[in-house]
Design a protein around this ligand. Structure first.
Ligand code: NAD
Length: 434
């Protein structure tokens, strides 16, 4: 059984390595020659816990291969998983240019029967379009099937999520081809939901939009807490204990970010518009999130006036802990606003510093520790709940800062702790400590 994975980003690399781990012969293909070179040497280009070790093990055991030669992989693969990015177009729709380029490449080189599995998140109807596209391109006498198999892993726990997925979704108009893909997943022993292709495509968007809705909802309740004097931590706890609601995704903060929720909610909104339907809840979810991302900055402005010349430390840049991904991270918007304000900015993140530096260059000071970031600072913004930040000794804020003023977008500390450490502490959905 030969499996090829096209696109070695967060999803493709984790998928390829995990398939190799359960015993398949896997070749990962990418057009990024440098990335392939690094991977072939066992060096992981992304931060994902446990991935580099598993990559090296499977390389050494000869089940995992890397190439940028599409002809070679297309001549031997039984299953070709496509995991290229589908970022956001300016109008919010999903940009399918990478997917179409990958499909064109496969189609031009395919010379044996193969099942093409689309793992990238794509609008409803895309898999059918890809099938038609392949029919036009393929010039050999081969049978090709297209199966939708959306991915649900979370960055930072990608390997765990692959081995313990809540469900594997497979969309196939040809039932037997769908079953064959389901069988590939048997070593993982996870439940499979097999549907028609369009339903599988929509399951992915509906799931992400629902989770985004939970986040925007709890953030709205947090804002209401600030008006009413209630405490969001207690409110969320009390709500979450109701099993019909569940406690996950009820953590108030500065809004969702990352490479999925923002683009997928917008792509779903665009898709519904194209179908002439007005998805009112979704529109509000997106609007609430973009307002929420600004909250902390405006709270700081309201309290302190101009931030010009102020020493500001931003703790955490990744969109969530245990990843180096800064795509659509709330921190990036905040840093851009602080630059505009002409603040003097230091940033600290245990994994994402290199990526932040690529974006902002010499306009920021990149600290290697929390201590170094906050030394002499007037204000701290907490943007990611890394353990290095949540477990930080609060007494050190007082030790290193001029007057410790903390704006915490992730509610990392209890109000009692903050008060007894003598901080001015503003968080989300809770009383401020002064
Ligand atoms: P990514 O940007 O990290 O990686 C994409 C990779 O594809 C890159 O290495 C790029 O060089 C490669 N590529 C681009 N064009 C190519 C081509 N023609 N041939 C071969 N390789 C090509 O993307 P990602 O975050 O892994 O996301 C991939 C897809 O999975 C997206 O549709 C995304 O929405 C979806 N998804 C992502 C996550 C996540 O947490 N990142 C979770 C679930 C689903």
């Amino acid at each position: 059984m030969e499996i090829t994975v096209v696109g070695t980003g967060y999803v493709g690399l984790v998928t390829g390595v995990c398939f190799a781990e359960v015993g398949y012969n896997v070749t990962c293909f990418d057009i990024d020659v440098n990335k392939i070179g690094r991977l072939a040497e066992g060096r992981c280009p992304i931060y994902e816990p446990g991935l580099e070790e598993m990559l090296q093990k499977n390389l050494a055991e000869g089940r995992l291969h890397f190439t940028s030669d599409s002809k070679a992989v297309c001549s031997k693969s039984d299953y070709i998983f496509i995991t290229v990015g589908t970022p956001e177009n300016e109008d919010g729709s999903a940009n399918l240019e990478y997917l179409e380029a990958a499909v064109a490449d496969i189609g031009a080189n395919l010379c044996k029967d193969a099942v093409i599995v689309i793992k990238s998140t794509v609008p409803v109807g895309t898999n059918e379009r890809i099938y038609k596209m392949l029919q036009d391109i393929i010039h050999c006498d081969v049978q090709v099937k297209v199966i939708s198999n959306p991915e649900f892993l979370r960055e930072g726990s990608g390997i765990r999520d692959t081995f313990h997925a809540d469900r594997i979704v497979i969309g196939a108009d040809d039932y037997e081809a769908g079953r064959a893909v389901a069988r590939l997943y048997e070593p993982f022993e996870r439940p499979v939901v097999q549907t028609d292709i369009r339903s599988a495509e929509l399951i992915k968007y509906a799931s992400n939009a629902f989770l985004a809705t939970k986040i925007s909802f709890i953030n709205e309740i947090a804002n209401l807490c600030e008006h009413t004097g209630a405490n969001i931590e207690d409110v969320a706890k009390g709500m979450g204990m109701d099993q019909r609601i569940g406690s996950q995704f009820l953590k108030a903060g500065i809004g969702y970010g990352g490479s999925c929720f923002p683009k997928d909610t917008k792509a779903l909104e665009k898709m519904t518009e194209d179908y002439g339907y007005d998805f009112k809840i979704l529109r509000s979810v997106i609007e609430v999130n973009s307002r929420q991302k600004q909250q902390l900055f405006y709270k700081a402005k309201e309290m302190l006036g101009s931030l010009r010349g102020k020493r500001v430390a931003v703790l955490g840049s990744a969109f969530k802990p245990h990843t180096d991904d800064i795509r659509e991270a709330p921190s990036i918007e905040l840093i851009a606003q602080l630059i505009e304000e002409q603040a003097d900015i230091s940033v600290y993140d245990p994994a994402a510093t290199e990526k932040v530096e690529e974006l902002f260059g010499s306009r920021l000071y990149y600290a290697e520790t929390v201590d170094a970031a906050i030394k002499g600072a007037d204000i701290v913004f907490i943007m990611t709940e890394w353990p290095e930040i949540t477990q930080y000794d609060l007494a050190r804020f007082r030790l290193f800062m001029r007057e410790p003023v903390i704006f915490d977008g992730r509610n990392c500390y209890s109000l009692v702790e903050a008060e007894s450490a003598g901080l001015t502490y503003v968080s989300v959905g809770r009383m401020s400590v002064n």
